[in-house]
Design a protein around this ligand. Structure first.
Ligand SMILES: [Zn+2]
Length: 65
């Protein structure tokens, strides 16, 4: 599981880890409280193959499929 914030910041880990980490990032980087539902909306976008992700590659993700 991997999430990319709209600012370009990325985190990965289990779902529970990501919710906690993204909420912390929202507070420290955007002065914004992010709900778990919003985190899920973000990670679905980041996980879906689509035109939005082009150009960002990470070779270590090969095993994820
Ligand atoms: Zn951000």
């Amino acid at each position: 599981m991997e999430v990319t914030c709209r600012c370009g910041w990325t985190t990965r880990g289990s779902k529970a880890d990501i919710i906690a980490t993204v909420q912390e990032h929202g507070r420290s980087a955007h002065q914004q409280e992010i709900t778990p539902a919003e985190v899920r909306a973000i990670w679905r976008m980041a996980d879906a193959p689509g035109p939005g992700r082009a150009g960002r590659t990470s070779g270590m993700d090969a095993a994820k499929k």
